[in-house]
Design a protein around this ligand. Structure first.
Ligand code: IPE
Ligand code: IPE
Ligand code: MG
Length: 252
């Protein structure tokens, strides 16, 4: 089944960067009469599916929104369980990631995560740093407003120290100070669970991103769902402010 989808996907137009807002673990758990944390655990299998599908169709960067700065406001038991799950998932998956030539990186303020999470992330990032097939980017303790504010502080400091003139601040300079410096903007953002919002995710980077929304809950996310999103993306005409006629003549 997923092989059939793969055949239809046009290899030349696979987005190089796909980002996913993995939402609906809690509602999936409720639907099945389970605790919310069981939903998060079930979501780990969907992460594997998204990683495998990315490799199979040639995506080079996959960003997964795993924990937002706003998620600290959840009940303490849920936050603690999520942090434990994160450590467990990283430690059990790292050798498989290595086997599949996957590099790991993060965006967000990971220094504020519990020490154990932080250490296990740093160790895994180091172990996988020379891998080249896919860069897996985990958004952890991430929010776009935090990231942009952080970039502003770094830039302000450079101006204050005399390394930069205010009139020389360009969009490129701002990009170089975001956590995503050197990562191309995502061409496609997928959000599961039927919510139509961005929840403080990649606000700057998504200026021209295509969005794909699906009602399915994250633990139900399969490789087929990923391919469906790619196929939908390939039907879109990305105009970047131009007219449709201009775009079509550029493709001739
Ligand atoms: C997404 O699922 C996972 C995280 C935000 C960590 P949710 O936990 O938000 O699931 P719902 O939205 O309550 O169903
Ligand atoms: C967004 O999901 C954050 C992650 C997927 C980690 P939420 O479930 O926290 O989003 P809102 O608060 O409902 O918008
Ligand atoms: Mg949610």
């Amino acid at each position: 089944m997923s092989k059939d989808y793969l055949k239809i996907i046009q290899q030349s137009q696979v987005p190089s960067h796909v980002a996913i807002i993995m939402d609906g673990n809690g509602r999936w758990a409720k639907k099945h009469g389970k605790d919310r944390i069981e939903g998060h655990k079930a979501g780990v299998e969907s992460v594997r599916n998204a990683v495998k599908a990315s490799i199979e169709c040639g995506v080079k960067y996959l960003t997964l929104y795993a924990f937002s700065t706003e998620n600290w406001n959840r009940p303490k038991e849920e936050v603690d369980a999520l942090m434990e799950l994160l450590v467990f998932a990283i430690e059990t998956e790292v050798s498989e990631l290595n086997k599949n030539n996957i590099k790991l990186t993060t965006i967000g303020d990971i220094k504020q995560l519990p020490e154990k999470c932080y250490q296990s992330l740093i160790n895994s990032i180091e172990l996988l740093k020379n891998n080249t097939q896919l860069t897996l980017i985990l958004a952890l303790n991430y929010s776009s407003k935090w990231e942009i504010t952080h970039a502003c502080k770094l830039i302000a400091q450079k101006v204050k120290d005399g390394f930069l003139e205010p009139e020389n601040i360009t969009p490129q300079i701002i990009e170089q100070h975001l956590n995503t410096a050197n990562i191309p903007d995502p061409e496609l953002i997928i959000r599961t669970s039927g919510e139509y919002r961005i929840s403080n995710f990649l606000l700057w980077q998504a200026a021209y991103t295509e969005f794909y929304f699906t009602p399915i809950y994250w633990p139900e996310f399969t490789k087929e769902e990923f391919y469906k999103a790619i196929m939908d993306f390939q039907k879109r005409e990305r105009r970047f402010g131009k007219t449709s006629e201009q775009i079509q003549s550029e493709h001739k």
